[in-house]
Design a protein around this ligand. Structure first.
Ligand SMILES: [Zn+2]
Ligand SMILES: [Zn+2]
Length: 382
């Protein structure tokens, strides 16, 4: 299938970081797709804490990794998508051939990458896919979704089910997948189990939804902000615990959890704060043989007393909720269409790209669960 737009490169506005904590909005040029590549006109891009972190990665770099939009041009080897199809972008782009992909663990693909020749393993046109100021630049997770256009491999895309607007679909591509997947793919609680979640931002709220979908009998949401707990209640939390910021050693919190569970502790506890000092807190909340799940990707050094691991407790740090895109994205979309997965209540606020700095500030201050940047002209580009 071909399109007249295949022959030309496109120019669009994008957020580009210099790697020193800031970014600029400027025009970039995206070349036409070749081989199995697809060019996407972005419709929406969610804002994630990783986007803030990426402002300090090696630049220049197009920011953003949680996006959805419409197929705008396709390479000659793509036969199952057509121009105008709504698609979700996936940042852990599987190669489809390595040992991890073969065993269903595409999220930790051994050569997960984009369209650069050295990562694809085949000859390609080089780094010229994204040009800024006359030079080739990289994109966050080979996507760069705070941009009007992006060029990706077909394997980075999942068609969006009708009935899900792109501004809701985009958050499936990182936050929702990470939270729901960490529950259903990794922890796998049984109906009736008791689950606790520390931190009720976008990922934590998705953990709450995952626990509800799994049939947990009690879902204990823990946060220092009441408005975050109120959102968790909407997502299905059965118990809300407003954490006391002065409880720095968490003695009070762990004894509260014990008293709520007949002295046992919960079956599964998730950490979704991104605060390194809280990374091992779930081990204090789970029963003997329970599972502590650190989903926030917290970084930094932490000192841990080893007895926290005793009594058959397990500690796991799933990447991207164990995302297997072929299995998980259609399933999440089906639940969204059926109303079992609430995407709209996750989105606190939408922004134009020009207000990306405000969107990041709102996220860092905890004012939003998920903020989403809308590209109003996205559909018109196709
Ligand atoms: Zn692979
Ligand atoms: Zn993310």
């Amino acid at each position: 299938m071909t399109s007249s737009s295949n022959v030309a490169s496109r120019t669009g506005l994008a957020a580009i970081t210099n790697g020193h904590g800031g970014f600029v909005l400027d025009f970039i040029k995206i070349r036409a797709p070749i081989g199995d590549e697809v060019r996407v006109a972005l419709g929406a891009s969610g804002i994630c804490h990783t986007d803030y972190a990426s402002l300090s990665w090696d630049g220049p770099l197009v920011v953003g990794h949680e996006g959805a939009g419409w197929v705008e041009a396709i390479g000659p080897d793509v036969h199952d998508l057509k121009i105008g199809d709504p698609v979700l972008l996936n940042w852990a782009i599987p190669c489809g051939h390595c040992k991890r992909c073969d065993t269903g663990h595409a999220n930790i693909c051994e050569r997960s990458h984009g369209i650069d020749p050295e990562t694809l393993g085949t000859s390609r046109a080089g780094h010229d896919h994204t040009i800024w100021n006359g030079s080739a630049i990289q994109r966050s997770f080979n996507l760069g979704t705070f941009s009007e256009f992006t060029l990706v491999r077909r394997s980075a895309l999942t068609p969006i089910l009708s009935g899900i607007p792109v501004e809701q679909a985009c958050i499936l591509g990182c936050g929702v997948m990470t939270g729901v997947g960490s529950v259903l793919n990794i922890a796998q609680p049984s109906p009736g189990d008791i689950v606790a979640i520390v931190g009720c931002g976008g990922v934590g709220l998705s953990v709450v939804q995952g626990a509800r979908l799994a049939g947990a009998s009690r879902i204990i949401a823990i946060d220092v902000r009441q408005d975050s707990l109120d959102r968790a209640k909407v997502m299905g939390a059965t118990d809300l615990l407003l954490a006391d910021a002065s409880d720095t050693n968490h003695d009070q919190l762990s004894s509260q959890i014990k008293s709520m569970t007949n002295g046992r502790g919960v079956d599964f506890a998730f950490e979704a704060t991104g605060v390194a000092a809280l990374a091992f807190l779930p081990l204090r909340l789970v029963r003997n043989g329970g599972m502590a799940v650190q989903v926030s990707g917290a970084q930094g050094a932490v000192e841990v007393p080893m007895p926290l691991f005793w009594w058959d407790k397990r500690y796991v740090t799933p990447l991207y909720g164990g995302c297997n895109p072929e299995r998980d994205f259609p399933r999440l979309m089906r639940w969204a269409v059926e109303g079992a997965l609430d995407l709209s209540s996750m989105i606190s606020k939408t922004y134009h790209l020009e207000n990306l700095a405000m969107a990041i500030d709102d996220m860092l201050a905890g004012r939003t669960a998920k903020g989403v940047v809308i590209f109003e002209n996205g559909r018109a580009h196709v």
